[in-house]
Design a protein around this ligand. Structure first.
Ligand SMILES: *Cc1c(COP(=O)(O)O)cnc(C)c1O
Length: 362
């Protein structure tokens, strides 16, 4: 079986050794001769998985006991509702920065809960940049941002200074680079982009922001109930949590955030370098806001897309067709994607240029 270069935007690539270990646990977990899928989540063996995966998130984010880590179901999309439901007071309002499709969905859900003010947006230019220089209100209940715009390919290179609780959807760039986690009061991420498989959503929350909404909360949607239950108020998504643990262990073992940040920068430099150099393609977003995770690019002569598609498919490349809203191409360079795969894609782009550049002017 030849190696496939997997640039999927999500669910995204996972390390091969993680998938192998996970598949073993499906048959015989922890020497029990039982599958991880058929034992109680209250067993010592699974409790260890839950404890370790929560501890590892805090270790990688370098935060202390003022934060709690939860693994919940429902995807990052449920957090769009759960965040305002827990944090937005009836007579208060929440501030949002709208930087893309996911941020817009977060705004939409929050508006169903209470008052929302969009304090900055890049919608005017089809989300191809990150708004800057806006003032963060001091009287809002919280500020919600989205660190990486998965669909249009922009990424916040720095974060708004905020005196109010800062909430961040980090679904598509969590643990891809160093961030000062202590600047955030709540970070959430659907695991399936950069930290594990679909089905688990990680929430890291600073306890002191909770219990202030004045609202009576449904238990399943109440962060405090989930904290008290150790993310096991009900049956948690055991397998996705386990695979997330393996993925975080893989990250730590290889050198942690400092290591992956360097690798991710190399991959992004390689990719954007080729896009800028290659006469057949162009990038779609402002250079200073380019995402190191999701690289969007278009072809100058879209009629030639079928020819290019044939070439990259032949090179065992998968998952680079652009999102239906953007078109063209999107190469997602998540943590588990090796530099070598990026080099293969860049080589195909070079080869394509050599073969077809003459047709640009024709
Ligand atoms: C994929 C994605 C989501 C949605 O995640 P689900 O887990 O499918 O609900 C939310 N925000 C961002 C930034 C994403 O990339």
């Amino acid at each position: 079986m030849s190696k496939v270069h997997n640039f999927s935007a999500g669910p995204g690539i996972l390390p091969k050794e993680v998938l192998e270990e996970a598949s073993r646990a499906c048959i015989n977990f922890d020497g029990l001769n039982l599958s991880l899928l058929e034992i109680s989540h209250r067993s010592k063996n699974f409790e260890k998985v839950m404890d370790e995966s929560r501890a590892l998130v805090k270790e990688l984010f370098e935060v202390g006991d003022e934060y709690e880590v939860l693994y919940l179901g429902g995807g990052a999309s449920t957090q769009f509702a759960m965040v305002p439901y827990n944090l937005l007071r009836a007579d208060g309002y929440a501030a949002y920065v709208n930087t893309g499709v996911w941020a817009s969905k977060a705004v939409k859900e929050a508006k169903l809960v209470g008052n929302v003010k969009v304090i900055a947006s890049s919608e005017d230019k089809k989300f191809n940049y990150i708004p800057k220089g806006y003032a963060v209100p001091t009287d809002a209940d919280y500020l919600h941002i989205t660190s990486n715009n998965t669909i249009y390919g922009t990424q916040m290179k720095s974060f708004a200074k905020s005196d109010i609780p800062l909430v961040c959807d980090m679904s598509s760039d969590i643990f891809s680079r160093k961030v000062n986690a202590k600047d955030f009061s709540l970070i959430y991420a659907g695991a399936q982009k950069n930290m594990g498989p679909a089905g688990a959503t990680m929430v890291m929350v600073k306890k002191d922001i909770l219990g202030k909404s004045g609202r009576k909360l449904f238990s399943m949607l109440d962060y405090e109930v989930q904290i008290k239950g150790g993310s096991m108020y009900n049956t948690p998504p055991v397998f996705p949590i386990y695979v997330t643990l393996l993925t975080l262990q893989w990250l730590k073992k290889n050198g942690g955030i400092a290591w992956i940040e360097k690798v991710n920068q190399e991959k992004a430099d390689c990719m954007y370098g080729e896009i800028d150099r290659n006469s057949m393609f162009y990038g779609t977003v402002e250079k200073e806001d380019r995402s190191n995770m999701n690289v969007c690019f278009l072809m100058k002569k879209p009629e030639l897309e079928p020819q290019f598609d044939e070439m990259w498919k032949k090179a065992n490349i998968s998952g680079i067709r652009g999102h239906r809203d953007v078109g063209g191409y999107r190469a997602s360079l998540y943590n588990a994607l090796p530099l070598e795969s990026v080099q293969v894609l860049c080589d195909v782009m070079k080869e394509f240029e050599m073969k077809y550049a003459a047709q640009l002017t024709a």
